[in-house]
Design a protein around this ligand. Sequence first.
Ligand code: ADP
Length: 403
Amino acid sequence: MIVLVINAGSSSVKFTCFEMISDPKVLANGLIERIGLDGTLMKYSNHKGDEAKREVTVKNAEEGVKIIAQKLVDSKIGVLKSLTEVKAIGHRVVSGGEYFSDPVVVDARVKEFIDKCSVYAPLHNPHHLLGINACEATFPGVTNVAVFDTAFHIAGIQPHAYLYAIPYELYTEQKIRRYGAHGTSHDYVSRKAAELLGKPRQNVRAIVCHLGNGASISAVAGGKCQDTSMGLTPLEGVIMGTRSGDIDPAIVWTVMKLKNLSPVEADNFFNKKSGMLALAGIGSSDLRDIEAEHKKGNKQCTQALETYAYRIKKYIGSYLAALGGADIVAFTAGIGENSATMRALILKGLDDLGIKLDAAKNSERSGEARFISTNNSPIKIAVIPTDEEQEIAKQTLALAIVK
Ligand code: ADP
């Protein structure tokens, strides 16, 4: 049984082709990047170790999906005999608004709702729709499933955690509220955290720190999300690679006035030119570069790392209060899985709250889910590699089978 996972963005289409055995196996993955620009690049690799990387001419997502399909059945590096082997296609969709608290089989009505939700994710949802349309054209008759980044949060978070203190009709009429993002990852990692603890998910309170270029923290109890740091859009919350995270909203109009920015330019400023890129001041938002500069003695980078860690520490503290305690703090995504330095900085000084890091375990390198807390730590700490693609594939297959 083959399931394809597609993540269609503004200038790229990423894909993973899974064989859905009990532990889904990646047969091939890759992406087409810089779509519609000069130097459009296709990168493809398969489970046998074959790789292909070449410039292609791709004007839009539909052409991108066609090229991916050709590669999958390519006589040399393909992994399928025929495209009819594809049972279903799962699409990552950033926003499902309040409409979707679960994945859903795509039909014309679902597409209308995804389109409506473009107001919350203008940089993403329109491109997801192009990806879905492209797959419908390239894989006729195959079930397409939309898996929403917001669904896990929508299903769990209650009004006291999702309402903003602005006129209520902005919620009732315009649905301005907190939606969160990275839901598939928070769902997956909190489930794995319960497995690691050897407890039923129902009895577990977890604080999940998804720290990648985009970053969000969630408080999960009984398998339901209780709160999450991202808001109406992914701009709210902790400091990210290029996003400011939480700031006084007055900064927005102050900067707009000072720099003479339009709303679109301001959106770009706080989403693309802020965060660690701005704080560290070395022209890179990549934590590896900032850590390297810090080690060389760059004080601004040291300060950026400390500021980043401090904000996350405050979220952990507030979610401990929101959950009335926790069983586990889990780290995931690029930074959460790989930066022992950052994990240590975030958790420094939390011993008295019952969160005790084991320095040696924290420094061990492993791609496996594992504890990094001391044996006597009342609240366990874990590193749990996320796998959003695999989770989307599983949820997609579950729906395609019952369809
Ligand atoms: P996204 O999926 O949001 O684009 P990722 O989850 O891939 O992001 O995370 C990217 C981030 O992870 C980058 O900031 C990168 O610097 C960081 N990262 C990856 N490996 C390491 C590492 N070994 N040490 C520190 N940071 C790392």
